[in-house]
Design a protein around this ligand. Structure first.
Ligand code: BTN
Length: 271
């Protein structure tokens, strides 16, 4: 049997067809704490927009809401990309759309590189059949924007903590075939550039329409939790800001903005 493909910067860089994403002072690490943290350091040091940091393993990967993100050796892609939205004069109120735009880029990249159509769970999860396959963590160190993406490709389920075993899935399991992480990264750079160009052009409608097409979060009975507060309702769509629109049982319309909100289905399922 052929050895599985592992991440290689020369392979990725030689296959890119982008104008600026993946064209900066890219780095590939065998092991690193967090690619987002490293990307923020490069941003502070003046690295160009589009610089990408990738790792075969993270030892201190970060997820949303202060959670850890597990990224064992060669089990997936830990990817961060540096963007400089102030240079493109993207209004600050459009930045919440970045996570949704990135979700679309991930879903499209995974579809074209592995044939798998994932779902997007508001606001930052990549899912399949009710399980989590990846996640997005967008951060703003200073004026820079760091887009962090983690995608499970070949997890060894036995190494996972008991509490997440039943809740995660990975691309090779879904495809029933090997998935080349280099191809996923190349496609990711390309799709990310497409979606970021939409954001720069003010094409909010295009981003929202594409996101809705992959959504598993609209038309569902959900419980949104913000701190100790819980709101029960039926999700009816997205606002132009990217907020999730929820109708409560007494007919009140609530806009959920990403922030510290976590979403679960009213029937207890993950999505
Ligand atoms: C989440 O689902 O909560 C978001 C997970 C984001 C993980 C990625 S892996 C690459 C980048 N570096 C990090 O430390 N986190 C993000």
């Amino acid at each position: 049997m052929r050895a599985p493909e592992i991440l290689s910067l020369p392979i990725i860089e030689s296959a890119l067809s982008t104008s600026y994403i993946g064209r900066g002072t890219n780095e590939l690490h065998d092991e690193i704490g967090s690619t987002n943290t490293r990307c923020a350091e490069l941003a502070a040091a003046g690295a160009p927009e589009g610089t990408v940091v990738i790792a075969r393993q993270q030892t201190a990967g970060r997820g949303r809401q202060g959670k850890a993100w597990s990224a064992p050796p060669d089990a997936g892609i830990s990817f961060s990309c540096l963007l400089r939205p102030h240079q493109a004069k993207i209004p600050l109120n459009k930045l919440p759309l970045v996570t949704l735009a990135t979700g679309v880029a991930c879903a499209r990249a995974i579809e074209s590189s592995s044939g798998i159509r994932l779902g997007l769970k508001w606001v930052n999860d990549l899912t399949a059949n009710g399980k989590k396959v990846g996640g997005i963590l967008a951060e703003m160190p200073g004026q820079a924007l760091v887009i962090g993406i983690g995608i499970n490709i070949r997890l060894d389920v036995e190494t996972l903590p008991e509490e997440i075993k039943e809740r995660v899935d990975w691309l090779e399991n879904l495809a029933g075939a090997p998935v080349d992480p280099n191809l996923v990264v190349v496609e990711l750079c390309s799709r990310l550039e497409d979606e970021y160009e939409k954001l720069k052009a003010g094409d909010t409608a295009g981003i929202l329409e594409a996101w809705r097409a992959y959504s598993v979060s609209i038309g569902r009975d959900v419980i949104a939790r913000s701190g100790t507060r819980e709101i029960y309702g039926h999700t009816i769509g997205l606002a132009d800001s990217g907020a999730l629109l929820l109708k409560t049982p007494d007919g009140e319309l609530v806009e959920l903005s990403a922030g510290e909100i976590s979403l679960r289905m009213a029937d207890g399922s993950y999505c």
